[in-house]
Design a protein around this ligand. Structure first.
Ligand SMILES: [Fe+2]
Ligand SMILES: [Fe+2]
Length: 252
């Protein structure tokens, strides 16, 4: 990684650590714990995690760390949407398993054009060998193909498909908050070999797309908590931009 990016990432992490943690993790702590416990103990998820670990690098800033965060938050969103973990019935457990499969696989083809569609096709091939009902595999693949921002999406065909679709999308877009500045952008600019001067030139335009994502959350819980992730990300982004202009102008 370019030394300038190493320094900027360190500054961004310091700015994030001084910001409030998104309220989702406080108010939905039980749902988050439920999802994490499932992620660590379900044998299907463990098997898929091994597969994904061998496949995902940190290309484009959407590697394993990103997949794990999306998976945990997507599972927590499903639990929150299903009553917050107080009701651990079969349908809820199945929905958490399916959304966690979608979370692990959603960026499996990140480096390919139209990665959402390519990822859905790839996920269908992978999941053929897993003990999942065909309709669940269809829901998972549909959610993966629909997870990109600012694209027209096909409406999910059933309530179960809708839940997985919305929770995968929202957990992925939570990453446009503080995680964008602690992880994603540095991996993306490094992978794409973008020189620091070009990165700074395009920075204000990148900040505008953060504003646009605020209104796109899909689940009730995502719509409630998602905008705060984005607001924190925007605050971090502009504070970091001040640091860039004040302290890094000479080296850019
Ligand atoms: Fe993606
Ligand atoms: Fe993603």
């Amino acid at each position: 990684m370019d030394p300038v990016y190493i320094q900027l990432r360190e500054r961004a992490c310091r700015i994030v650590s001084a910001c409030p943690r998104p309220g989702f993790y406080r108010d939905c702590a039980d749902a988050c714990a439920w999802s994490r416990n499932f992620y660590l103990t379900d044998p299907i998820i463990a098997r898929l995690k091994r597969f994904v670990t061998a496949r995902l690098s940190d290309d484009f800033g959407h590697g394993l760390r990103h997949a794990a965060k999306v998976t945990l938050d997507a599972g927590a969103l499903v639990v929150a949407e299903s009553g917050g973990g107080r009701r651990s019935d079969g349908p809820m457990i199945a929905a958490v398993r399916h959304v966690q499969c979608a979370g692990l696989l959603h960026d499996i083809e990140r480096s390919r054009p139209d990665h959402a569609l390519a990822g859905a096709l790839s996920a269908r091939r992978v999941l053929r060998n897993y003990p999942l009902p065909p309709e669940a595999v269809a829901d998972i693949c549909s959610a993966i193909s629909n997870h990109e921002a600012f694209k027209d999406v096909a409406a999910p065909s059933t309530p179960a498909a809708d839940l997985i679709d919305a929770c995968l999308y929202d957990a992925d877009k939570f990453r446009w908050g503080p995680d964008n500045f602690t992880d994603t952008i540095w991996d993306m600019v490094t992978f794409a070999r973008i020189p620091p001067a070009a990165f700074v030139h395009h920075y204000p335009r990148g900040m505008e797309s953060l504003e646009r994502i605020r209104g796109t959350f899909r689940s009730p819980t995502g719509r409630r908590y998602g905008p705060e992730f984005i607001d924190i990300g925007i605050e971090v982004g502009w504070r970091l931009y001040d640091v860039i202009l004040e302290e890094f102008a000479a080296v850019l």
